[in-house]
Write a protein that binds this ligand. Structure first.
Ligand SMILES: Cc1cc2nc3c(=O)[nH]c(=O)nc-3n(C[C@H](O)[C@H](O)[C@H](O)COP(=O)(O)O)c2cc1C
Length: 327
């Protein structure tokens, strides 16, 4: 659509930056059916998206959780049935960072897309070690820390503790010049404390949010449905939670916020941008339909044209003007 500018920039404190062609990214763990692009066809032009974030990698390979890993079993059917509860207990099934750097990164380099490496670790030193292993490797443009993982020393989740979250961020910051996103968990009493901690630790952007711990119980078998017993809640039910987190985070930081949770349409994107995000990630919608991010991007252009918004700034300004009229 002529005249509409969807671009934005995420700058690293270390001097590098990524230029987002548009605000739509593919969320980690939901890129293709395996999290690493299986099922994505050449008809899905990844270079037309803001960024693609393959599934989180860890220091060594992990198998993930036992089956069943999905509830409902098909996210496509869930979407068609207008369900709001989507659960998964995949866990961090991944081939490990050495494989990712040696085998996957060269494949990512060939895509001509903006790729963000997602990583998780068992301790702050391990986060630092993993960041060191990315040095000099091409194929990705930024790093996202998935802090929804326990610190092996005390079992506490990095994303639940300002000091652990900051330490992990600092450990990676000191080893990379690439823009550093830090992805946080929704189930904390005060998100602003964690946001401030990771900003002070050197984060360049905050991603909000990961899934919420949740479960489904089968009254016929008398057993939990998921092999991992509990799993993560994503999809429409998460959207209102994620919006509130984005909004609260935006009241305490000026670094870019990337909204994620239940985004299935351009209207969802606009709401996240109005609440304080500069970009968004599409997760479950993608697993219901691998073309979803591309469709949402096209829908966004049409919506902006109809509403006479020429840029992301125009969308945000509209929200600000309305706020001022109603105070
Ligand atoms: C099947 C599945 C696997 C996921 N795996 C990861 C992962 O490896 N790393 C991560 O940071 N988030 C992971 N997530 C969380 C998503 O990136 C996203 O934060 C969450 O699903 C909320 O967005 P949505 O409601 O659009 O799905 C996963 C989500 C799903 C549904």
């Amino acid at each position: 659509m002529e005249g509409i500018d969807l671009t934005s920039v995420i700058r690293s404190k270390a001097g590098t930056q990524i230029d987002l062609k548009n605000p739509i990214m593919i969320a980690s763990g939901t890129f293709g059916y395996d999290g690493y692009g299986r099922g994505v066809t050449p008809q899905m032009p990844l270079q037309d998206l803001g960024a693609v974030i393959p599934k989180t990698v860890t220091r060594v390979e992990r198998e993930g959780n036992p089956e069943p890993r999905w509830f409902p079993t098909s996210f496509r059917e869930a979407r068609d049935a207008k369900d709001s509860i989507y659960l998964n207990s995949i866990g961090l099934a991944n081939p490990g960072i050495e494989h990712a750097m040696a085998v996957m990164a060269p494949e990512w380099a060939a895509w001509d897309a903006t790729v963000v490496l997602s990583m998780s670790a068992d301790s702050s030193p391990e986060f630092g070690e993993m960041a060191r292993m990315t040095k000099g490797v091409n194929g990705f443009d930024a790093i996202e820390l998935n802090l929804s993982c326990p610190n092996i020393e005390d079992g506490a989740m990095f994303s639940h503790s300002p000091s652990l979250a900051r330490a992990a961020t600092e450990a990676v910051r000191s080893e990379t010049d690439r823009p550093l996103f830090v992805k946080l968990a929704p189930n904390v009493p005060d998100i602003t404390e964690i946001v401030r901690a990771v900003e002070n630790g050197g984060a360049d952007a905050i991603t909000l949010c990961n899934t919420i711990p949740a479960m489904a119980w089968d009254h016929v078998s008398g057993r939990p449905v998921l092999g991992g017993i509990t799993g993560g809640l994503s999809g429409p039910a998460l959207k209102a939670v994620a919006l509130a987190l984005v909004y609260r985070a935006s009241t305490v930081t000026d670094i870019p916020i990337i909204g994620v949770g239940g985004i299935f349409s351009a209207i969802d994107v606009v709401e996240f941008l109005m609440a304080g995000a500069v970009a968004v990630q599409v997760g479950s919608a993608n697993l219901a339909n691998l073309s979803a991010p591309f469709q949402i991007k096209d829908e966004l252009l049409t919506l902006m044209h109809e509403r006479e918004w020429n840029s992301i700034v125009d969308i945000k300004s509209h929200a600000k003007e309305q706020e001022q009229m109603h105070v």
